[in-house]
Design a protein. Structure first.
Lengths: 252, 231
Protein backbone atom coordinates (compact mmCIF):
# COMPACT_ATOMS: atom_id res chain seq x y z
CA UNK A 1 0.00 0.00 0.00
CA UNK A 2 1.57 3.31 -1.02
CA UNK A 3 1.82 6.12 1.49
CA UNK A 4 -0.83 8.79 1.19
CA UNK A 5 0.20 12.16 -0.24
CA UNK A 6 -2.09 14.14 2.04
CA UNK A 7 -2.79 13.07 5.60
CA UNK A 8 -5.39 14.89 7.67
CA UNK A 9 -5.22 14.01 11.33
CA UNK A 10 -7.81 14.93 13.97
CA UNK A 11 -8.69 18.16 12.21
CA UNK A 12 -11.04 20.51 14.01
CA UNK A 13 -11.92 23.88 12.50
CA UNK A 14 -13.52 26.81 14.31
CA UNK A 15 -14.85 30.06 12.96
CA UNK A 16 -14.77 32.03 16.21
CA UNK A 17 -16.85 30.03 18.68
CA UNK A 18 -18.53 28.03 15.97
CA UNK A 19 -16.99 24.61 15.32
CA UNK A 20 -17.45 23.73 11.65
CA UNK A 21 -15.32 20.59 11.36
CA UNK A 22 -15.13 17.81 13.96
CA UNK A 23 -12.19 15.46 14.21
CA UNK A 24 -11.63 14.84 10.52
CA UNK A 25 -9.25 12.04 9.61
CA UNK A 26 -8.64 11.29 5.96
CA UNK A 27 -5.80 10.06 3.75
CA UNK A 28 -5.67 11.22 0.14
CA UNK A 29 -3.51 9.33 -2.33
CA UNK A 30 -1.41 10.77 -5.08
CA UNK A 31 -2.89 11.13 -8.58
CA UNK A 32 -6.39 10.20 -7.54
CA UNK A 33 -9.59 12.17 -7.84
CA UNK A 34 -11.44 12.50 -4.55
CA UNK A 35 -14.94 13.93 -4.55
CA UNK A 36 -16.32 15.65 -1.46
CA UNK A 37 -20.09 15.50 -1.24
CA UNK A 38 -22.62 16.56 1.35
CA UNK A 39 -25.49 19.00 1.89
CA UNK A 40 -24.95 22.75 2.02
CA UNK A 41 -23.17 23.83 5.16
CA UNK A 42 -21.68 20.42 5.85
CA UNK A 43 -18.12 21.76 5.89
CA UNK A 44 -16.72 20.39 2.66
CA UNK A 45 -15.68 23.79 1.29
CA UNK A 46 -14.30 24.79 4.69
CA UNK A 47 -12.36 21.56 4.64
CA UNK A 48 -10.64 22.12 1.33
CA UNK A 49 -9.81 25.67 2.36
CA UNK A 50 -7.79 24.13 5.19
CA UNK A 51 -5.68 22.25 2.67
CA UNK A 52 -4.19 25.39 1.15
CA UNK A 53 -4.64 27.56 4.24
CA UNK A 54 -7.17 29.83 2.56
CA UNK A 55 -8.88 29.84 5.95
CA UNK A 56 -5.98 31.96 7.19
CA UNK A 57 -7.78 34.87 5.52
CA UNK A 58 -10.89 34.40 7.60
CA UNK A 59 -10.72 36.38 10.85
CA UNK A 60 -11.38 34.16 13.84
CA UNK A 61 -10.62 30.95 11.96
CA UNK A 62 -8.71 28.44 14.10
CA UNK A 63 -7.63 24.90 13.46
CA UNK A 64 -6.60 22.05 15.72
CA UNK A 65 -5.01 18.88 14.45
CA UNK A 66 -2.55 18.35 11.67
CA UNK A 67 -2.43 18.28 7.90
CA UNK A 68 0.59 16.69 6.26
CA UNK A 69 1.45 17.22 2.61
CA UNK A 70 4.20 14.85 1.47
CA UNK A 71 4.97 14.26 5.13
CA UNK A 72 5.34 17.96 6.03
CA UNK A 73 2.95 19.68 8.45
CA UNK A 74 1.42 22.55 6.46
CA UNK A 75 0.51 24.46 9.60
CA UNK A 76 4.02 24.28 11.04
CA UNK A 77 5.58 27.68 11.77
CA UNK A 78 8.33 26.91 9.27
CA UNK A 79 5.85 26.44 6.40
CA UNK A 80 6.07 28.99 3.61
CA UNK A 81 2.43 29.61 2.82
CA UNK A 82 3.17 31.09 -0.61
CA UNK A 83 4.94 27.91 -1.62
CA UNK A 84 2.09 25.89 -0.17
CA UNK A 85 -0.40 27.71 -2.34
CA UNK A 86 1.78 27.00 -5.34
CA UNK A 87 1.78 23.30 -4.43
CA UNK A 88 -1.92 23.21 -3.70
CA UNK A 89 -3.76 25.11 -6.38
CA UNK A 90 -7.42 26.05 -6.31
CA UNK A 91 -10.23 26.58 -8.80
CA UNK A 92 -13.45 28.18 -7.64
CA UNK A 93 -17.10 27.83 -8.47
CA UNK A 94 -17.41 31.09 -10.31
CA UNK A 95 -14.66 31.46 -12.92
CA UNK A 96 -12.50 34.39 -11.86
CA UNK A 97 -10.03 35.28 -14.61
CA UNK A 98 -7.92 38.32 -13.91
CA UNK A 99 -8.86 41.39 -15.97
CA UNK A 100 -5.87 40.96 -18.25
CA UNK A 101 -4.92 38.98 -21.34
CA UNK A 102 -5.24 35.22 -21.54
CA UNK A 103 -1.47 34.99 -21.67
CA UNK A 104 -0.94 37.19 -18.64
CA UNK A 105 -3.51 35.22 -16.63
CA UNK A 106 -1.57 32.03 -17.07
CA UNK A 107 1.86 33.66 -16.77
CA UNK A 108 0.90 35.49 -13.57
CA UNK A 109 1.86 32.76 -11.11
CA UNK A 110 5.15 31.79 -12.83
CA UNK A 111 6.12 35.48 -13.06
CA UNK A 112 5.44 35.89 -9.34
CA UNK A 113 7.70 32.91 -8.77
CA UNK A 114 10.51 34.78 -10.51
CA UNK A 115 10.40 33.43 -14.05
CA UNK A 116 11.33 36.23 -16.43
CA UNK A 117 12.49 34.50 -19.59
CA UNK A 118 10.06 35.07 -22.44
CA UNK A 119 10.76 31.67 -23.90
CA UNK A 120 10.16 29.92 -20.62
CA UNK A 121 6.93 31.79 -20.01
CA UNK A 122 5.72 31.05 -23.55
CA UNK A 123 6.44 27.40 -22.93
CA UNK A 124 4.65 27.35 -19.58
CA UNK A 125 1.63 29.18 -21.00
CA UNK A 126 1.32 26.77 -23.90
CA UNK A 127 1.77 23.68 -21.72
CA UNK A 128 -0.76 24.92 -19.18
CA UNK A 129 -3.35 25.83 -21.77
CA UNK A 130 -2.83 22.45 -23.42
CA UNK A 131 -3.20 20.79 -20.05
CA UNK A 132 -6.47 22.65 -19.54
CA UNK A 133 -7.75 21.65 -23.00
CA UNK A 134 -7.99 25.30 -24.01
CA UNK A 135 -4.94 25.84 -26.21
CA UNK A 136 -6.53 25.14 -29.59
CA UNK A 137 -9.32 27.61 -28.89
CA UNK A 138 -7.14 30.52 -27.76
CA UNK A 139 -3.69 30.04 -29.29
CA UNK A 140 -4.32 32.71 -31.89
CA UNK A 141 -5.63 35.27 -29.44
CA UNK A 142 -3.42 34.97 -26.39
CA UNK A 143 -3.16 38.74 -26.08
CA UNK A 144 -6.91 39.26 -26.05
CA UNK A 145 -8.72 39.83 -22.76
CA UNK A 146 -9.64 36.80 -20.73
CA UNK A 147 -12.97 38.41 -19.97
CA UNK A 148 -14.01 37.90 -23.59
CA UNK A 149 -14.05 34.11 -23.16
CA UNK A 150 -17.20 32.08 -22.51
CA UNK A 151 -17.93 30.82 -18.99
CA UNK A 152 -16.63 27.35 -19.74
CA UNK A 153 -13.50 28.72 -21.38
CA UNK A 154 -12.90 31.06 -18.45
CA UNK A 155 -13.08 28.13 -16.08
CA UNK A 156 -10.59 26.18 -18.15
CA UNK A 157 -8.39 29.27 -18.12
CA UNK A 158 -8.57 29.26 -14.32
CA UNK A 159 -7.50 25.62 -14.39
CA UNK A 160 -4.62 26.51 -16.71
CA UNK A 161 -3.65 29.27 -14.33
CA UNK A 162 -3.70 26.84 -11.41
CA UNK A 163 -1.57 24.24 -13.17
CA UNK A 164 0.93 26.79 -14.51
CA UNK A 165 2.73 26.70 -11.16
CA UNK A 166 2.99 22.91 -11.36
CA UNK A 167 1.09 22.09 -8.22
CA UNK A 168 0.92 18.67 -6.66
CA UNK A 169 -2.68 19.00 -5.61
CA UNK A 170 -5.56 20.72 -7.33
CA UNK A 171 -8.53 21.76 -5.25
CA UNK A 172 -11.77 22.41 -7.13
CA UNK A 173 -14.73 23.93 -5.36
CA UNK A 174 -17.84 23.12 -7.43
CA UNK A 175 -16.01 23.99 -10.65
CA UNK A 176 -18.95 23.26 -12.93
CA UNK A 177 -21.99 24.54 -11.00
CA UNK A 178 -22.00 27.75 -13.00
CA UNK A 179 -21.56 26.05 -16.38
CA UNK A 180 -23.90 24.57 -18.97
CA UNK A 181 -23.95 20.79 -19.61
CA UNK A 182 -21.51 20.90 -22.53
CA UNK A 183 -18.98 23.00 -20.65
CA UNK A 184 -19.47 20.75 -17.63
CA UNK A 185 -18.75 17.69 -19.72
CA UNK A 186 -15.53 19.24 -20.99
CA UNK A 187 -14.34 20.04 -17.49
CA UNK A 188 -15.15 16.50 -16.38
CA UNK A 189 -13.19 15.15 -19.31
CA UNK A 190 -10.36 17.43 -18.30
CA UNK A 191 -10.38 16.18 -14.71
CA UNK A 192 -9.94 12.66 -16.01
CA UNK A 193 -6.74 13.68 -17.79
CA UNK A 194 -5.54 15.98 -15.01
CA UNK A 195 -5.33 13.10 -12.57
CA UNK A 196 -2.51 11.62 -14.59
CA UNK A 197 -0.34 14.43 -13.28
CA UNK A 198 -2.09 15.93 -10.26
CA UNK A 199 -4.04 14.87 -7.23
CA UNK A 200 -7.51 16.33 -7.58
CA UNK A 201 -9.93 17.04 -4.76
CA UNK A 202 -13.28 18.24 -6.01
CA UNK A 203 -16.25 19.54 -4.04
CA UNK A 204 -19.49 18.90 -5.88
CA UNK A 205 -23.22 19.05 -5.32
CA UNK A 206 -23.78 16.83 -8.30
CA UNK A 207 -23.68 13.24 -7.18
CA UNK A 208 -23.71 11.81 -10.64
CA UNK A 209 -20.68 13.96 -11.37
CA UNK A 210 -18.92 12.66 -8.27
CA UNK A 211 -19.81 9.12 -9.33
CA UNK A 212 -18.56 9.73 -12.89
CA UNK A 213 -15.18 11.24 -12.29
CA UNK A 214 -13.86 10.32 -8.87
CA UNK A 215 -11.90 7.35 -7.58
CA UNK A 216 -12.76 8.04 -3.95
CA UNK A 217 -15.65 9.91 -2.36
CA UNK A 218 -15.91 11.51 1.06
CA UNK A 219 -19.34 12.29 2.49
CA UNK A 220 -19.51 15.17 4.96
CA UNK A 221 -22.48 15.97 7.16
CA UNK A 222 -22.68 18.81 9.69
CA UNK A 223 -18.92 19.04 10.02
CA UNK A 224 -18.33 15.31 10.37
CA UNK A 225 -16.76 12.96 7.86
CA UNK A 226 -19.37 10.22 7.74
CA UNK A 227 -17.93 7.93 5.13
CA UNK A 228 -14.91 7.80 2.86
CA UNK A 229 -14.31 5.07 0.36
CA UNK A 230 -13.99 3.92 -3.20
CA UNK A 231 -16.56 5.67 -5.34
CA UNK A 232 -18.23 2.65 -6.97
CA UNK A 233 -18.93 1.09 -3.59
CA UNK A 234 -20.06 4.27 -1.90
CA UNK A 235 -22.63 4.94 -4.58
CA UNK A 236 -23.96 1.38 -4.90
CA UNK A 237 -23.82 0.05 -1.34
CA UNK A 238 -22.56 2.60 1.17
CA UNK A 239 -21.74 1.44 4.69
CA UNK A 240 -23.50 4.22 6.56
CA UNK A 241 -27.25 4.76 6.44
CA UNK A 242 -26.77 8.52 6.39
CA UNK A 243 -24.72 8.19 3.21
CA UNK A 244 -27.45 6.02 1.70
CA UNK A 245 -30.12 8.56 2.65
CA UNK A 246 -28.12 11.43 1.18
CA UNK A 247 -27.26 9.80 -2.14
CA UNK A 248 -30.84 8.63 -2.62
CA UNK A 249 -32.17 12.13 -2.06
CA UNK A 250 -33.94 11.53 1.23
CA UNK A 251 -32.43 14.76 2.46
CA UNK A 252 -30.04 17.32 1.12
CA UNK B 1 -38.36 20.85 -1.26
CA UNK B 2 -37.94 19.80 -4.87
CA UNK B 3 -35.59 17.06 -3.86
CA UNK B 4 -38.11 15.62 -1.44
CA UNK B 5 -40.87 15.60 -4.10
CA UNK B 6 -38.52 13.83 -6.46
CA UNK B 7 -37.83 11.29 -3.75
CA UNK B 8 -41.52 10.65 -3.28
CA UNK B 9 -42.00 10.29 -7.03
CA UNK B 10 -39.08 7.88 -7.23
CA UNK B 11 -40.47 5.77 -4.39
CA UNK B 12 -43.91 5.64 -5.97
CA UNK B 13 -42.49 4.45 -9.27
CA UNK B 14 -40.08 1.99 -7.72
CA UNK B 15 -42.91 0.49 -5.68
CA UNK B 16 -44.87 0.07 -8.90
CA UNK B 17 -41.91 -1.71 -10.54
CA UNK B 18 -41.70 -4.11 -7.60
CA UNK B 19 -45.42 -4.69 -7.87
CA UNK B 20 -45.07 -5.54 -11.57
CA UNK B 21 -42.33 -8.02 -10.81
CA UNK B 22 -44.38 -9.63 -8.05
CA UNK B 23 -47.25 -10.01 -10.51
CA UNK B 24 -44.88 -11.63 -13.01
CA UNK B 25 -43.71 -14.02 -10.30
CA UNK B 26 -47.26 -14.97 -9.40
CA UNK B 27 -48.22 -15.52 -13.04
CA UNK B 28 -45.22 -17.81 -13.59
CA UNK B 29 -45.87 -19.66 -10.34
CA UNK B 30 -49.47 -20.23 -11.33
CA UNK B 31 -48.50 -21.47 -14.78
CA UNK B 32 -45.98 -23.93 -13.35
CA UNK B 33 -48.45 -25.26 -10.79
CA UNK B 34 -51.22 -25.62 -13.36
CA UNK B 35 -48.91 -27.25 -15.86
CA UNK B 36 -48.07 -29.97 -13.34
CA UNK B 37 -51.74 -30.29 -12.49
CA UNK B 38 -52.53 -30.74 -16.20
CA UNK B 39 -49.80 -33.39 -16.44
CA UNK B 40 -50.99 -35.28 -13.37
CA UNK B 41 -54.64 -35.08 -14.36
CA UNK B 42 -53.97 -35.61 -18.05
CA UNK B 43 -55.90 -32.52 -19.07
CA UNK B 44 -54.82 -31.28 -22.50
CA UNK B 45 -57.22 -28.29 -22.49
CA UNK B 46 -55.69 -26.76 -19.41
CA UNK B 47 -52.27 -27.47 -20.86
CA UNK B 48 -53.12 -25.59 -24.04
CA UNK B 49 -54.33 -22.59 -22.00
CA UNK B 50 -50.99 -22.45 -20.23
CA UNK B 51 -49.12 -22.36 -23.51
CA UNK B 52 -51.31 -19.47 -24.67
CA UNK B 53 -50.78 -17.61 -21.43
CA UNK B 54 -47.03 -17.59 -21.93
CA UNK B 55 -47.40 -14.63 -24.28
CA UNK B 56 -48.83 -12.56 -21.44
CA UNK B 57 -45.89 -13.54 -19.25
CA UNK B 58 -43.39 -12.60 -21.96
CA UNK B 59 -45.13 -9.26 -22.51
CA UNK B 60 -45.09 -8.40 -18.82
CA UNK B 61 -41.38 -9.25 -18.58
CA UNK B 62 -40.69 -6.97 -21.55
CA UNK B 63 -42.75 -4.18 -19.95
CA UNK B 64 -40.78 -4.50 -16.73
CA UNK B 65 -37.51 -4.33 -18.64
CA UNK B 66 -38.59 -1.17 -20.46
CA UNK B 67 -39.97 0.44 -17.32
CA UNK B 68 -36.73 -0.21 -15.44
CA UNK B 69 -34.67 1.32 -18.25
CA UNK B 70 -36.83 4.43 -18.25
CA UNK B 71 -36.70 4.67 -14.47
CA UNK B 72 -32.90 4.51 -14.61
CA UNK B 73 -32.69 7.19 -17.29
CA UNK B 74 -35.04 9.52 -15.48
CA UNK B 75 -33.95 9.16 -11.90
CA UNK B 76 -30.27 8.13 -12.25
CA UNK B 77 -30.65 6.05 -9.11
CA UNK B 78 -27.94 5.36 -6.60
CA UNK B 79 -27.50 3.15 -3.53
CA UNK B 80 -30.37 0.81 -2.76
CA UNK B 81 -32.54 2.34 -5.49
CA UNK B 82 -29.88 1.42 -8.05
CA UNK B 83 -29.46 -2.09 -6.66
CA UNK B 84 -33.21 -2.54 -6.74
CA UNK B 85 -33.87 -1.45 -10.30
CA UNK B 86 -30.89 -3.33 -11.70
CA UNK B 87 -31.88 -6.49 -9.79
CA UNK B 88 -35.50 -6.21 -10.91
CA UNK B 89 -34.30 -6.42 -14.51
CA UNK B 90 -32.36 -9.59 -13.77
CA UNK B 91 -35.19 -11.12 -11.78
CA UNK B 92 -37.67 -10.49 -14.59
CA UNK B 93 -35.50 -12.65 -16.84
CA UNK B 94 -35.48 -15.49 -14.29
CA UNK B 95 -39.22 -15.30 -13.72
CA UNK B 96 -40.02 -15.15 -17.43
CA UNK B 97 -37.94 -18.32 -17.86
CA UNK B 98 -40.23 -20.05 -15.37
CA UNK B 99 -43.11 -19.27 -17.70
CA UNK B 100 -41.25 -20.94 -20.55
CA UNK B 101 -40.68 -24.00 -18.39
CA UNK B 102 -44.40 -24.13 -17.62
CA UNK B 103 -45.08 -24.15 -21.38
CA UNK B 104 -42.64 -26.99 -21.90
CA UNK B 105 -44.30 -29.00 -19.14
CA UNK B 106 -47.71 -28.20 -20.64
CA UNK B 107 -46.49 -29.64 -23.98
CA UNK B 108 -45.48 -32.81 -22.13
CA UNK B 109 -48.92 -32.88 -20.53
CA UNK B 110 -50.55 -32.79 -23.97
CA UNK B 111 -48.33 -35.72 -25.01
CA UNK B 112 -49.44 -38.00 -22.16
CA UNK B 113 -53.00 -36.77 -21.94
CA UNK B 114 -54.40 -39.61 -24.03
CA UNK B 115 -52.08 -42.36 -22.77
CA UNK B 116 -51.79 -44.40 -19.61
CA UNK B 117 -49.48 -42.86 -17.03
CA UNK B 118 -46.77 -45.36 -16.15
CA UNK B 119 -47.11 -44.41 -12.50
CA UNK B 120 -49.13 -41.98 -10.41
CA UNK B 121 -47.24 -38.71 -10.15
CA UNK B 122 -46.29 -37.98 -6.58
CA UNK B 123 -42.81 -36.55 -6.44
CA UNK B 124 -43.21 -34.23 -9.40
CA UNK B 125 -46.17 -32.42 -7.79
CA UNK B 126 -44.19 -32.35 -4.54
CA UNK B 127 -41.39 -30.57 -6.40
CA UNK B 128 -43.72 -27.91 -7.68
CA UNK B 129 -45.19 -27.34 -4.20
CA UNK B 130 -41.72 -26.63 -2.90
CA UNK B 131 -40.96 -24.39 -5.86
CA UNK B 132 -44.11 -22.39 -5.09
CA UNK B 133 -42.98 -22.04 -1.51
CA UNK B 134 -39.52 -20.87 -2.64
CA UNK B 135 -41.00 -18.32 -5.00
CA UNK B 136 -43.50 -16.99 -2.49
CA UNK B 137 -40.77 -16.58 0.11
CA UNK B 138 -38.57 -14.72 -2.39
CA UNK B 139 -41.32 -12.33 -3.40
CA UNK B 140 -42.37 -11.75 0.20
CA UNK B 141 -38.75 -11.06 1.12
CA UNK B 142 -38.60 -8.50 -1.68
CA UNK B 143 -41.82 -6.79 -0.70
CA UNK B 144 -41.04 -6.60 3.00
CA UNK B 145 -37.27 -6.09 2.67
CA UNK B 146 -36.78 -9.19 4.76
CA UNK B 147 -33.42 -10.74 3.87
CA UNK B 148 -33.76 -13.47 6.50
CA UNK B 149 -36.75 -14.75 4.54
CA UNK B 150 -34.70 -14.83 1.34
CA UNK B 151 -31.97 -16.87 3.01
CA UNK B 152 -34.59 -19.51 3.89
CA UNK B 153 -35.09 -20.18 0.19
CA UNK B 154 -31.59 -21.55 -0.39
CA UNK B 155 -31.76 -24.85 1.54
CA UNK B 156 -35.10 -25.68 -0.13
CA UNK B 157 -33.25 -26.11 -3.41
CA UNK B 158 -31.50 -29.11 -1.84
CA UNK B 159 -34.88 -30.79 -1.48
CA UNK B 160 -35.63 -30.06 -5.14
CA UNK B 161 -32.35 -31.65 -6.19
CA UNK B 162 -33.00 -34.67 -3.95
CA UNK B 163 -36.45 -35.16 -5.43
CA UNK B 164 -35.13 -34.95 -8.97
CA UNK B 165 -32.54 -37.61 -8.22
CA UNK B 166 -35.17 -39.78 -6.61
CA UNK B 167 -37.46 -39.46 -9.62
CA UNK B 168 -34.59 -40.31 -11.95
CA UNK B 169 -33.70 -43.44 -9.98
CA UNK B 170 -37.30 -44.57 -9.90
CA UNK B 171 -37.89 -43.94 -13.60
CA UNK B 172 -34.65 -45.69 -14.56
CA UNK B 173 -35.77 -48.76 -12.65
CA UNK B 174 -39.16 -48.69 -14.33
CA UNK B 175 -37.56 -48.29 -17.76
CA UNK B 176 -35.26 -51.22 -17.17
CA UNK B 177 -38.26 -53.34 -16.14
CA UNK B 178 -40.22 -52.51 -19.27
CA UNK B 179 -38.47 -50.79 -22.22
CA UNK B 180 -41.87 -49.79 -23.68
CA UNK B 181 -41.95 -47.21 -20.95
CA UNK B 182 -38.85 -45.43 -22.20
CA UNK B 183 -40.64 -42.76 -24.21
CA UNK B 184 -42.91 -41.65 -21.38
CA UNK B 185 -40.18 -42.03 -18.78
CA UNK B 186 -37.91 -39.77 -20.80
CA UNK B 187 -40.68 -37.21 -20.99
CA UNK B 188 -41.21 -37.36 -17.23
CA UNK B 189 -37.47 -37.18 -16.63
CA UNK B 190 -37.39 -34.00 -18.66
CA UNK B 191 -40.20 -32.56 -16.60
CA UNK B 192 -38.26 -33.30 -13.42
CA UNK B 193 -35.12 -31.77 -14.93
CA UNK B 194 -37.10 -28.67 -15.93
CA UNK B 195 -38.39 -28.28 -12.39
CA UNK B 196 -34.90 -28.66 -11.03
CA UNK B 197 -33.79 -25.82 -13.31
CA UNK B 198 -36.75 -23.78 -12.13
CA UNK B 199 -35.36 -24.18 -8.61
CA UNK B 200 -32.09 -22.68 -9.78
CA UNK B 201 -33.84 -19.67 -11.27
CA UNK B 202 -35.87 -19.06 -8.14
CA UNK B 203 -32.67 -19.31 -6.11
CA UNK B 204 -31.20 -16.61 -8.36
CA UNK B 205 -34.19 -14.43 -7.51
CA UNK B 206 -33.61 -14.95 -3.79
CA UNK B 207 -29.90 -14.11 -4.19
CA UNK B 208 -30.87 -10.84 -5.91
CA UNK B 209 -33.27 -9.98 -3.11
CA UNK B 210 -30.45 -10.38 -0.60
CA UNK B 211 -28.29 -8.11 -2.78
CA UNK B 212 -30.99 -5.44 -2.93
CA UNK B 213 -31.44 -5.41 0.83
CA UNK B 214 -27.87 -5.82 2.04
CA UNK B 215 -25.66 -4.77 -0.89
CA UNK B 216 -23.82 -8.06 -0.54
CA UNK B 217 -23.52 -10.62 -3.32
CA UNK B 218 -24.27 -14.03 -1.83
CA UNK B 219 -23.97 -17.45 -3.38
CA UNK B 220 -26.79 -19.79 -2.43
CA UNK B 221 -24.33 -22.68 -2.35
CA UNK B 222 -22.85 -21.24 0.83
CA UNK B 223 -26.20 -21.75 2.57
CA UNK B 224 -26.98 -25.21 1.27
CA UNK B 225 -25.84 -28.72 1.99
CA UNK B 226 -22.17 -29.01 0.97
CA UNK B 227 -21.60 -30.99 -2.23
CA UNK B 228 -20.39 -34.52 -1.50
CA UNK B 229 -16.85 -35.18 -2.50
CA UNK B 230 -16.85 -38.02 -4.99
CA UNK B 231 -13.67 -40.10 -5.34
Amino acid sequence: MTKPQLVVSNLNLYYGNNQVLHDINIDIFSKTVTALIGPSGCGKSSFIRCLNRMNDFIPGAKIEGKIFLEGKDIYALSTDVITLRRQVGMVFQKPNPFPMSIYDNVAYGPRLNGIKSREKLDDIVEKSLLGAALWSEVKDKLKSSALGLSGGQQQRLCIARAIATEPEVLLMDEPTSALDPMATARIEELVRTLKERYTVIIVTHNMQQAARISDYTAFFLMGDLIEYGKTPKLFTSPDDKRTEDYITGRFG
Amino acid sequence: MNQINTRRQLETELTELIRMLTRLGKMSEESLARAIWALKNQNADVAREIIKRDDAIDDLAADIDMACMQFTARFQPLGEDLRTVSSLMHMAVDLERLGDYASNIAKAAIEVADKELMKPLIDIPRMVDILSDMLEKSLEALENKNDAMAYRVFPLDDIIDDLEKQIMRELLLLMMERPQRIEQATLLLNVARTLERAGDHITNVAERVVYIITGKTVKASAYRRPKEHRP
